[in-house]
Design a protein around this ligand. Structure first.
Ligand code: SF4
Length: 259
């Protein structure tokens, strides 16, 4: 199924609901899903690529053992803000085993999350670096590092069900921050938004279930090196996400959500 096809809103597809405060059950379900993601081999081209990169390595990391597998999401099971990126970097997440960890985009993202109160530290370099997110959860729309950062349509569609299930399990999410147009299009479809809202930095649109889609330029080196995305611009979007999660988004609460 392509991104332009008709689909049911994400919450209606295999939705798993939890009682308010049933965080332990949610955490267990997310762990089960994460374990399932980490062993996925659905996309032959990406399996070959991620594993070959893990063998070849970049010279600067030649003594490290690469993860070389898909990346589950990371963050607070009670998050009200979900951030969705594109795909892991070959020598970033594909090396460290955590989304956006160990590459320049991640440096930008987690520093901004720290400045805006969603992270306990500005650095994200390794699985055991002590990073903790609060009220935020981070995922990649495609879980395996793709050649040239470009997954195919088939690979994208093969991976979207993982996002669908994560969204179902992250029952407190009020705001989805799409990092880049690729994520924006996927999230808009999954949230059942018709017509699909236009992408733009800081653009907002409300899905039928009340979730707010808030878009941002991706913190890629291309955008940050050229000044297309600046720290104030990025912080502004994250502060707006918190504002929406705490205030305006509650004006249209989802049924059965606890926070
Ligand atoms: Fe599986 Fe997604 Fe990786 Fe494809 S991109 S192999 S669906 S985890």
């Amino acid at each position: 199924m392509s991104i332009g096809d008709e689909r049911s809103p994400i919450k209606a597809v295999g939705a798993q609901t939890f009682e308010p405060g049933d965080v332990d059950a949610r955490r267990v379900a997310l762990d089960v899903l994460s374990n399932e993601i980490a062993v996925c081999r659905r996309c032959p081209r990406l399996v070959v690529w991620r594993e070959q990169v893990a063998v070849d390595k970049r010279a600067a990391f030649k003594d490290e053992e690469y993860w070389g597998r898909p990346l589950p999401g990371f963050g607070d099971p009670e998050a009200r803000v979900l951030l969705v990126g594109l795909a892991p970097a070959a020598h970033g997440g594909n090396r460290t085993g955590r989304v956006f960890t160990g590459d320049r985009s991640g440096d930008w993202l987690f520093a901004a999350l720290w400045r805006t109160g969603f992270a306990n530290q500005p650095e994200s370099v390794a699985l055991d670096d002590g990073l903790v997110l609060s009220d935020a959860y981070v995922v990649a729309a495609v879980r395996c590092a793709p050649p040239d950062n470009k997954p195919t349509t088939t690979e994208r569609d093969a991976c979207v069900p993982f996002l669908r299930r994560e969204l179902s399990l992250l029952a407190d999410v009020r705001v989805v921050v799409a990092l880049g147009q690729f994520a924006h299009q996927i999230v808009a479809v999954e949230l059942g938004m018709k017509p699909r809202p236009a992408f733009g930095h800081g653009a907002e649109a409300v899905a039928p279930d009340g979730t707010v889609l808030l878009s941002s330029y991706h913190p890629s080196q291309r955008n940050t090196f050229t000044g297309t995305l600046t720290e104030p611009m990025f912080d502004s979007v994250l502060r707006r996400a918190r504002q929406l999660a705490e205030g305006e988004a509650r004006a249209n609460p989802k049924q059965g959500k606890g926070k």
